[in-house]
Design a protein around this ligand. Structure first.
Ligand SMILES: [Mg+2]
Ligand SMILES: [Zn+2]
Length: 182
C-alpha cells in the first residue's frame, strides 16, 4: 500500500537524513561508497510503492556543497545519490532526475535549497507540475524549498508514521496513536 496521496505522480526526495545517513563520524554527507547506510525504516515505508512505468516518477534534490569544497567529484555525488535511491526504493532514478547543488554554501545560487531551483529542475525533467509533485525531506530548508516551488512537503518522520499507521498491527505491539499532519 502506497503511503502517498493518490494525486502524487512525482516524488522528489532529499538525500541526507532522508534516504541515507552517513556512517563517518563528524561528516555531513558521504564522500564515497561505504560511507553511508539507508535511513532506517524508509525502505519498509516505501515497500508498497511502484516506481517507473505504470507507477510513480522519482527525483532527488540535494545540497552537495562538499563538491565545491573538493571532498568528492560531481560524478561521485551523482552515483552515491542514485545508489541511495536504489537501495531504499529498489528503483534507480534516471540521471537527469537526480538534481544537486554543487556550489558553495554562500554562493547565492538559484539551486541551493531553500531555493526552489532543484525541485523545478526535477519537475521539468519529468514534465510534471507542482500540483502533482511531493517533496520528502528532513530539514527546514526542504520545507521552504517546497513552499517556494509550490510543491507539497512531507517530512520523512511523517512518512514513517504514515506507513506504520497503514500497516496491520504486529503481534504484541502497543501501536502508539499517530497524529498525521497534513
Ligand atoms: Mg537532509
Ligand atoms: Zn547551487
Amino acid at each position: 500500500m502506497s503511503p502517498f496521496p493518490p494525486w502524487v505522480r512525482l516524488v522528489i526526495f532529499d538525500a541526507d537524513n532522508t534516504l541515507r545517513r552517513v556512517t563517518v563520524p563528524d561528516q555531513p554527507c558521504p564522500h564515497g561508497p561505504g560511507e553511508w547506510e539507508p535511513m532506517p525504516g524508509v525502505r519498509d515505508a516505501l515497500a508498497g510503492v511502484r516506481w517507473g512505468p505504470g507507477g510513480l516518477l522519482m527525483g532527488i534534490a540535494s545540497n552537495q556543497d562538499h563538491i565545491f569544497y573538493g571532498h568528492l567529484s560531481a560524478e561521485m555525488a551523482q552515483r552515491l545519490l542514485m545508489d541511495a535511491a536504489e537501495a531504499v526504493t529498489g528503483h534507480r532514478p534516471p540521471p537527469g532526475a537526480v538534481r544537486f547543488c554543487a556550489h558553495a554554501m554562500d554562493a547565492g545560487c538559484a539551486c541551493r535549497k531553500p531555493a526552489p531551483g532543484l525541485l523545478r529542475e526535477a519537475m521539468d525533467f519529468h514534465g510534471v507540475g507542482p500540483a502533482a509533485t511531493l517533496f520528502v525531506g528532513d530539514a527546514e530548508v526542504d520545507r521552504k524549498a517546497a513552499r517556494r516551488a509550490g510543491v507539497a512537503f512531507l517530512h520523512v518522520a511523517d512518512l514513517l508514521a504514515r506507513a506504520q499507521s497503514t500497516m496491520p498491527p504486529s503481534r504484541g505491539s502497543e501501536s502508539p496513536s499517530v497524529n498525521q499532519k497534513t
